[in-house]
Structure formats: C-alpha cells, structure tokens
Design a protein around this ligand. Structure first.
Ligand code: ATP
Ligand code: MG
Length: 394
C-alpha cells in the first residue's frame, strides 16, 4: 500500500468495523497505480453521511448534499463520499439529483473513465469492474459505459478527456473519441470557467500537444471562445514541444501561433474569463515578443519596461517557437538581469527629491523621473543622486 493510503487505512477500517463498506477511489488510486504523485485521497463508502459522522470525532460537512463529509485526522483531511448515482443531467453538466446507494458497483458506473473507476480495499486489493487496469496498461482512456451517453449527460467530461490525455500521455480509445466528436457542440453549454480550468491543466502538462491534438481533431476547439476562426493556426502549435511554466506562457504561445495582436489577445482572454492579472501580463508579454522580433536599438529599455516576469516568460516563448536559441535567450536574460535598475523605486532619487531640488510639482516630475530612468538604463548616467540631479539642471 502506498504511503498516502497507509495513513488513511485506519479510516477505512473504522468504517468497515461499523459494518459498512469503504474503498479508496478516483484519481488517487489511478495515480498510485501509475506511480504518479497523489494529491487527495478520496474514499467512497456505503455508509450515509450521518452514519459516517457518527463514527469520527472531527468532521466537516464539505458537500453533505452530494454525500461528502471530510474527516479530519492528524492535520490531514479525507473526503468520504457515500456511494451514489446521478440522474438526468438537464443542463449537460450538473446531475439534477444524486441518490445515495449501498452498492459500490452503482457508484463506479457513474464515473467518467475506466482508469478513474477503480476502487481499492484497505488491504490493497483492486476492484476493476470496467477493465480499467487493462486500459491503464495500454495507456488508453476509455469512457465507462456508452461513451455517447456519458458525454451527452455531462459535456465537461470531454474536456477532462483531453486533459487526462495530456497529463498521463494516454490516448483516447476510438469509440470514446468518436463520441466526443459527435458531442463537441455540447461544450458550448458548459461554463467557460470549467473549460478554462481543464484547458489550462492540459496545456501545463508535459504532453500538452497530445491533448491539444485531440482537442482540435474532435472539433472541441471549435466550441470554445476565441479559437473558432483559427483552426489551421492552432494546428501549427502542435509542431512545438517543451513545457510551459505558467498560464501566461501558454496564452502568449497560442497567441503567437494564431497571429493575434496584443489587443486581440486581451479581448480573447476576457471571453475565457481569465484572471485580470494574467490578461495584463499576457498582453505585455506578447507585446515584448513582437517588439524583440524587430530587434530594437533600445533593447535595454524595452526589457526594462516589460519587467522581470514578462522578460522571463517572453524569452521562454520565443525560445519555444524557435525565434531565439538558448544562447540568445541567456544573453537577453543577462542583459535584463544586469540592468543598473529594474524599476522606478530603484532610482536613486524620487519625486520628493526633485521638488526639493527646485522642480515645480506637477506632471513634469513624472516626466523627469521617466527621463532619468531611461538615462540610467542606457548607462548614460550613474544611479547616484548627485549625478541624476546634475543632468536635470541641464
Ligand atoms: P485530479 O488528479 O485532477 O484530481 P481526479 O480523477 O481525481 O483527477 P476529480 O475531479 O478529483 O478528478 O474527481 C475524482 C473522481 O470523481 C474521478 O476520478 C472520477 O472517478 C469522478 N469524477 C470526477 N468528475 C467526474 C465527471 N465529470 N463525471 C464522472 N465522474 C467524475
Ligand atoms: Mg482528485
């Protein structure tokens, strides 16, 4: 039994001692079998939420309506969820009703993919009702039950499919893939925040290109904001490998391939309900990439104005799309790192100093500070109060 499960073993045993069934389920079982890092250990049980709560001292009603109780144990939290079935998904996403059941089989049947529908007993025995272990062996992602129905009842599963492909380096089983293609339009019914979250997990995975390829081939890429008119350009992005360090790199990389202007990117990211901070940073970073492309004479100033994060991300993207090689990347990073100052606060004088030196308060102060930064960054004056005030006098 992997370490993460060992510490949770007593929880299963307590539930079992009370006459109920309890199993480890979901992503943790999958990841343990694949020897991948485990995040949350989820437990499924035949006990109803009230019955679970009666067995443990410290519990939290995290999702009691859906049957989930969190058990607090030695600083860790374990989500224990009552076996349940889900019925009639009217909005292609949330089940209208969850029904608690006493059978593990029913619970496993509602899960999305066979590799996510494995259960593990306290002694480590695996329960594999849908040949999930064989699929795992073949690195295959296959829907539990009838794929068409499963994606029709919950369209978010289509995004989960491409995300798991990318995370695990699996490929979609043919019928599962065909069912996504048939249902791709239903993705438009899903909240963009949910799509965004899965899309990002996909792009931040080592095998993002595998997921992105399926995302394009199944036409999911035509059912999300921004990408529809750019299918051919999106395909070009598949030619590159390498991983992305953060969300900004992902968007700037995609924008580069799509040929978006910074403004178009900004508008597109709003439709994806991306965080404002990421939108601003992506716009700035794309602008930097486009400017560097033109080999500007005042490169120090361009880098200075972009800031540390945009420089790092912009260079990473330019490297990824082979516009610069790694020596150039290091060289440009070095130029930035060794600038005499990196922001207005680094300047040896501030607005108050300028007023004390006789400048009249007003917009002139800001302009002078900007001038000084430019001169310092260009290496034309030392970053010392005396030297700075002296050039203002002229
Ligand atoms: P992650 O590593 O991202 O946590 P996970 O497989 O654990 O992956 P969760 O969203 O944590 O994903 O869900 C836990 C389990 O619940 C899944 O393994 C799967 O069995 C089931 N599940 C989650 N979302 C769905 C869904 N939309 N449809 C069917 N089953 C789902
Ligand atoms: Mg999980």
């Amino acid at each position: 039994l992997p370490q993460d499960f060992q510490v949770a073993q007593p929880i299963l045993e307590t539930i079992e001692a009370a006459g109920f069934e309890a199993y480890f389920v979901g992503g943790a079982v999958r990841d343990a079998l694949l020897k991948r890092p485990i995040h949350d250990v989820d437990i499924a049980t035949s006990a109803y939420p009230a019955e679970v709560k009666a067995l443990f001292k410290r519990t939290v009603d995290t999702g009691i309506k859906h049957g989930t109780v969190t058990i607090l144990d030695h600083g860790a939290g374990y989500e224990v969820t009552t076996f349940r079935t889900e019925s009639t998904y009217q909005d292609y996403r949330r089940p209208d009703k969850v029904t608690f059941v006493r059978s593990l089989d029913e619970d496993l049947k509602r899960r999305d993919f066979t590799i996510n529908a494995l259960a593990m007993k306290a002694d480590g025995t695996i329960i594999d009702l849908f040949d999930g272990l064989a699929d795992m062996q073949q690195q295959r992602l296959r829907a539990v039950g009838k794929p068409f129905e499963r994606f029709h009842e919950d369209a978010l599963r289509m995004m989960r499919a491409v995300r798991f492909e990318a995370q695990l380096d699996f490929s979609l089983e043919a019928n599962t893939k065909a069912a996504i293609t048939s249902n791709h339009q239903l993705l438009t019914k899903i909240a963009i925040e949910r799509i965004h979250s899965e899309f990002l997990k996909m792009m931040l995975s080592p095998h993002w290109a595998t997921g992105l390829q399926t995302f394009i081939e199944t036409k999911l890429a035509t059912a999300v904001p921004l990408f529809l008119p750019y299918q051919a350009q999106l395909k070009q992005a598949l030619a590159y490998d390498g991983v992305f360090a953060n969300e900004t790199q992902v968007w700037v990389f995609l924008a580069w391939n799509l040929g978006l202007t910074p403004d178009k990117l900004k508008k597109g990211l709003k439709t994806w309900k991306t965080a404002n901070q990421v939108i601003n940073q992506s716009e700035l970073t794309l602008q930097l990439c486009l400017t560097l492309q033109k080999q500007p004479a005042d490169i120090d100033w361009v880098l200075y104005q972009s800031g540390a994060q945009a420089v790092r991300d912009g260079l990473a993207v330019l490297r990824q799309v082979n516009r610069i090689d790694s020596a150039q990347q290091q060289h440009l990073q070095q130029i930035y790192d060794t600038l005499p100052i990196h922001c207005a606060q680094d300047l040896a004088v501030n607005g108050r100093d300028l007023m004390a030196a006789g400048l009249t308060p007003g917009p002139k102060i800001g302009q002078s500070l900007q001038q000084l930064q430019r001169q310092v960054v260009a290496g034309k004056v030392a970053n010392q109060p005396k030297a700075l005030l002296a050039i203002l006098q002229n």
